[in-house]
Design a protein around this ligand. Structure first.
Ligand code: ADP
Length: 573
């Protein structure tokens, strides 16, 4: 269809071989075109998606309307050995109490002697009864090459491996081990902007957990790539059901039924994510045209303590089962929304627009690391246009064409949408708009939803000012310099207050941020204790408090600001 007829120029995606089919499906549903190198110029695309990393030249040659789905040097946290080293460094700098979420690890062969020392000490103190180890090749994924052992004579390896203390007391559901796949999107490394997705996956082992048989991978590993071959996969397992996955929503309702303090658990997970990313932030050059989706694997032990097992680069986005379909299509849509495309980005081939865009685009190098303020301004400028130019977020108009109906509707969602596409808490969904006025995604989506694309009317234009407004952190209105608290089901987890926002500008001040994480944890801790006390006094009044704070990060309701949850309880004291 001609651009004129459509009313807007379609965005173009480019997929590298091996990229997930679901990404293509979602983008086509949103009305994007697929890049064809025989028909289009080299730079005539908006999104290049690869499962593997990009070449340095891809970053150097990037144009203002283009985005890449990876940042450079992500192996600092996604390679098991690098991650272990970074976390160890942070532990010695900031204390074991804060960085106690990763099982002790040793990289072999280099650290064999160190491992032997710890192993021997363990054997002598408790006869080695309670200590189990897991050995993982550092360069492999999907459970490949992993084995468990108790006795060092069973440790055999022929490549670089990491030996980790095996968390032998996992939380079980009906006797089955599971871990959580948490989807995290790093929108920017400088300033650090991190979103955690409310949906995610719970991945089960398919045979009951027992330490009596360490070589039964179907009992000890939770990788789908392994468990789908297990006999238990197709069985209707007690409580777990068939297959080996749950959605996070299902897990959350399970926790509520168990009367688990959900808020505290998610807060701890959110801390793990922030503290892990902080370990690598100084090594990763920030690029405003890139965004990274990471898969954090979290194991919860029987005392509800979450442990970080590893961080996955390019977490699987294949749709292998109903839980995948329910989670991943929505996730991909939300990632595209986070990429913050504007109508302007569709006009790649219009020479005059390109020139105007280039004029407005500050000439700054994308690499190496750009400063925080410049990054932000640059990302804004990359989509700038003159007042007579069509300009708005295309996320909404693209969705007009969307046919995706597979997204789950949360029972408590107040959505009035007639299509199957449901975003749970509508009223709080904000979109980064080039307009200075507040725009909520809810209102835009509602008005565009039933409008044929050819009739699509674009919002009026306002040239934005690139000035940093000084507004209180808690201000609920859309603000250019403060990232939206929520984009789709992505919840902003960093920065979480004004101090962390300031500390992550220009050059990320890791020390200051770690201090803020510490303070927040203490305040939330005392807030919880206070609530517990009140709980004993009056269960009725406490229910009101719980209703407001239980869903801080993950619930189906609008997540309240962290400060709203703890300030009245602990700050006034
Ligand atoms: P891979 O990259 O091969 O998936 P992981 O580190 O994620 O490697 O480990 C695979 C699985 O092994 C995890 O999903 C989890 O079930 C189990 N596992 C890994 N490390 C530990 C550990 N330290 N304690 C308990 N279980 C673990």
């Amino acid at each position: 269809m001609a651009e004129k007829e459509r009313g807007f120029a379609p965005l173009v995606f480019r997929l590298h071989g091996g990229s997930p089919l679901a990404v293509r499906e979602v983008l086509l549903e949103r009305g994007w075109d697929e890049y064809d190198e025989d028909e289009r110029d080299e730079g005539d695309w908006n999104l290049y998606w690869r499962s593997s990393g990009f070449r340095n030249s891809d970053y150097k040659n990037i144009l203002p309307w283009q985005r890449l789905n990876h940042h450079l040097k992500m192996s600092h946290i996604t390679r098991k050995d690098y991650l272990a080293r970074h976390l160890r460094r942070m532990k010695s700098a900031f204390g074991a109490a804060l960085y106690d979420f990763s099982p002790a690890g040793f990289i072999l062969p280099n650290e064999y002697t160190k491992f032997l020392g710890v192993y021997t000490k363990n054997r002598t103190t408790d006869g080695g009864k309670s200590c189990y180890w897991i050995c993982k090749p550092v360069h492999l994924s999907r459970g490949r090459g992993i084995f468990l052992f108790k006795d060092i004579k069973d440790l055999v390896y022929d490549s670089s491996v990491i030996i980790q203390r095996y968390i032998s007391n996992p939380l079980l559901i009906s006797g089955y081990k599971f871990d959580l796949r948490i989807y995290v999107c790093v929108k920017s490394f400088c300033p650090l902007v991190v979103y955690m997705h409310q949906e995610g996956l719970v991945r089960f082992a398919t045979e009951k957990y027992t330490l009596a048989s360490l070589d039964n991978l179907y009992s000890h590993l939770t990788n789908t790539s392994i468990n789908k071959f297990g006999l238990g996969y197709a069985m209707d397992k007690e409580r777990v059901g068939r297959g080996c996955k749950w959605t996070m929503s299902k897990f959350r309702s399970f926790l509520r039924k168990q009367e688990v303090n959900e808020l505290l658990l998610w807060h701890r997970i959110s801390n793990i994510i922030t503290l892990t990313l902080l370990a690598a932030v100084p090594c990763i050059p920030s690029n405003p045209n890139c965004l990274e989706l990471l898969g954090f694997d979290i194991l919860i032990d029987s005392s509800y303590k979450p442990w970080l097992l590893e961080v996955n680069h390019s977490p699987a986005l294949s749709l292998d089962c109903p839980a995948d379909v329910a989670v991943k299509k929505g996730l991909i849509n939300d990632i595209i929304d986070l990429m913050n495309y504007r109508m302007m980005d569709g006009f790649r081939q219009k020479e005059d627009l390109r020139k105007r865009c280039t004029r407005l685009q500050p000439k700054i190098p994308l690499l190496p690391k750009t400063s925080g303020k410049r990054s932000l301004n640059q990302s804004i400028s990359s989509s700038s246009s003159s007042p007579d130019t069509v300009l708005c977020s295309v996320n909404d108009c693209a969705r007009t064409n969307s046919r995706f109906a597979s997204r789950p509707v949360h029972p408590s969602s107040k959505s009035t949408m007639s299509s199957g596409h449901a975003k749970a808490p509508q009223k709080n969904v904000e979109v980064e708009s080039d307009d200075l006025k507040l725009t909520t995604l809810n209102s835009t989506r509602q008005s565009y939803r039933n409008t044929p694309s050819s009739m699509f009317k674009l919002p009026s234009l306002h040239m934005h000012k690139l000035k940093t407004p000084s507004v209180p952190w808690n201000r609920r209105t859309q603000d250019r310099d403060i990232p939206p608290r929520r984009v789709g089901d992505f919840i902003l987890t960093f920065p979480f207050n004004e101090a962390t926002w300031k500390a992550s500008q220009d050059q990320v001040d890791v020390k200051a941020i770690v201090n803020e994480v510490r303070k927040l944890t203490d305040r939330l801790g005392s807030s919880f204790n206070e609530k517990k006390r009140r709980n004993a006094d009056s269960s009725r009044s406490c229910n009101a408090v719980r209703d407001r704070s239980e869903f801080l990060l993950w619930g189906p309701k609008d997540p309240p600001l962290l400060s709203e949850c703890y300030s009245s309880d602990s700050e006034t004291k």
